[in-house]
Design a protein around this ligand. Structure first.
Ligand SMILES: [Zn+2]
Length: 94
């Protein structure tokens, strides 16, 4: 059976009329993990790796977000203000 050596993942490709037709993946099973029945692209290990990478990318984008930076700056300011308050030689009476 030739089919046994192929990836068991279902692939959804966009058809001519904008509909999605699921079909079996055409790639052969990844030789390093032949028992799992997935090609290198659809194997959970590489999938997880890809997801992790895209997550890291999203995280890196988030780090540059002005609102996030602003929130961080405000946190730093609050922390410094608290430190400053603690450093005041004469306690102020209100
Ligand atoms: Zn596949």
């Amino acid at each position: 059976m030739e089919d046994e050596k192929k990836c068991t993942a279902k692939v959804y490709e966009q058809g001519r009329w904008g509909s999605f037709h699921p079909h079996r993946c055409r790639y052969r099973v990844w030789e390093e993990y032949p028992k799992d029945g997935y090609c290198k692209i659809h194997h959970p290990i590489t999938k997880e790796l890809r997801e992790k990478k895209s997550w890291e990318k999203a995280e890196a984008r988030r780090e540059k977000d002005p609102w996030v930076l602003l929130a961080k700056a405000q946190q730093t300011i609050r922390k410094l203000e608290a430190e400053l308050e603690a450093l005041r030689p004469i306690p102020q009476k209100r």
